[in-house]
Design a protein around this ligand. Structure first.
Ligand code: ACO
Length: 398
């Protein structure tokens, strides 16, 4: 028997929600590492690196600069521009391949540092495609009406998992973070469409073999440098040039646009030759692409938000521009998103608002310290006593 499809109560009353980017920010470490300095560390030279990759320098974290601290700094900048307080945030997603720990998530550390008391938090692992994945998930949560304000961060300290003796990889990567604030609105625009893809059969082409459950840390894994990035550069290059143009075309069509409607493409910043190949594949001039990898190297999940922020601050991205963000990476994964940049920074954001947020961050720090202290005291008082009067199992005496 054929069932009649009826509108549900929700769909009859539902108001279409749109997810708009309303804040953006970046943070990079202080230390710059140039190609010339690298040439003193491994058998390479500036000419080779520039000609084969387009990279001239990258930023490298010191002991105090971590994935969470860079991500938090980028997030604070984005919250300032959006004029959003930490209490307004419903969800924090940190896309990263270099989390501070397996757990707790880096997102939870950022949540604590910001004092975002009403937010859920989780990390997203999709290698260099992570930011596009996270943006898409965040937008869908807002469009579905489940969330209103989501903070999406791409943050990396890849320098900590690079083999500094492997010239095939150590010249490519850099550290940094970028963040955007997404908010729900009834006015059309913002994130229009996304495409997320994976081909796990290519997982071996780009991986950190050890340190997970497949190969836990051991003396041998440390000796053999298995906690660092291992990559088949040529194969990753071939894969990237194949998927970038197709992903752009498909996601633009899904958004109901044509490539002529696209003002700026913000690609993952891995290799200038890969971006040039994508431009050729799309028959677009290279100046349609936002490129800054010469100064940052490949910062994985941070590369798109950093390039996006730079393009905005340089005036390359203007209100009502249509953007495509497109990435590829380990997994293998790839993905693309179309965004209408229908934002102008809020004129109402004053120094006073920023000072208020600074004060909230200080309160958050104090609250976190007090919570840790209270937990320690509680643990001491209730130490041996299990909850609900259930006694912990006694150890057999020898
Ligand atoms: N300096 C000097 N010579 C080098 C260096 C170096 N740093 N690295 C490699 N070479 C040599 C090689 O040994 C080789 O020498 P040989 O011909 O004597 O054997 C020669 O240069 C050419 O090597 P190729 O690997 O063929 O060089 P290619 O032009 O492919 O460039 C590169 C290598 C830059 C790694 C390129 O393949 C690439 O960018 N691949 C994509 C990598 C990428 O994007 N990875 C990130 C993915 S995102 C993520 O998820 C993290």
């Amino acid at each position: 028997m054929e069932m009649k499809r009826r509108p549900t109560t929700n769909s009859r009353n539902a108001v279409q929600r749109y997810a708009h980017i309303c804040g953006w920010g970046t943070s990079v470490p202080e230390r710059v590492l140039t190609n010339h300095e690298l040439a003193r560390m491994v058998d390479t030279n500036d000419e080779w690196i520039v000609a084969r990759t387009g990279i001239s320098q990258r930023y490298i974290a010191n002991g105090r600069e971590t994935t969470a601290s860079l991500g938090t700094a980028a997030a604070r900048e984005a919250l300032d521009i959006a004029d959003v307080t930490p209490d307004d945030i419903d969800l924090i997603i940190v896309a990263t391949s270099t989390p501070e720990h397996h757990f707790p998530s880096t997102a939870s550390l950022v949540q604590d540092a910001l004092g975002a008391r009403n937010a859920g938090a989780f990390d997203m692992l999709a290698a260099c495609t992570g930011f596009v994945y996270a943006l898409s998930i965040a937008a869908q949560a807002i469009q579905a009406g489940a969330m209103n304000t989501v903070l999406v961060i791409g943050a990396e300290t890849l320098s900590k998992i690079v083999n500094w003796e492997d010239r095939g990889t150590c010249v490519l990567f850099g550290d940094g973070a970028g963040a955007v604030v997404l908010q729900g609105s009834d006015s059309p625009g913002g994130v229009l469409a996304s495409l997320l893809r994976s081909d796990g059969s290519g997982g071996d082409l780009l991986k950190v073999p050890a340190g997970g459950s497949a190969m836990p840390a051991s003396y041998e894994t440390l000796r053999d440098n298995l906690h660092t990035i291992h990559m088949n550069g040529r194969e990753v290059f071939r894969f990237a040039t194949r998927v970038m143009a197709d992903a752009c075309r498909d996601v633009v069509a899904a958004a109901g646009l044509t490539m002529d409607d696209v003002d700026v493409i913000v690609p993952h910043q891995a290799n200038k030759r890969i971006i040039e190949a994508a431009a050729r594949g799309l028959r677009l001039p290279i100046d349609r692409f936002a490129i800054n990898l010469d100064r940052y190297g490949n910062t994985s999940t941070a590369s798109i938000p950093i390039a996006l922020c730079e393009a905005v601050s340089e005036g390359r991205i203007r209100p009502n521009d249509n953007l495509v963000l497109v990435a590829f990476g380990g997994g293998l994964t790839w993905g693309a998103t179309v965004v209408t940049w229908d934002v102008t920074p809020k004129a109402t954001v004053t120094g006073l608002h920023k000072m208020r947020r600074q004060a909230l961050y200080s309160v958050a720090r104090m609250r976190s310290i007090v919570r840790r202290g209270a937990r320690a005291i509680e643990g001491t008082i209730w130490g041996a006593q299990a909850p609900d009067g259930i006694e912990p199992p006694h150890r057999e005496k020898d």
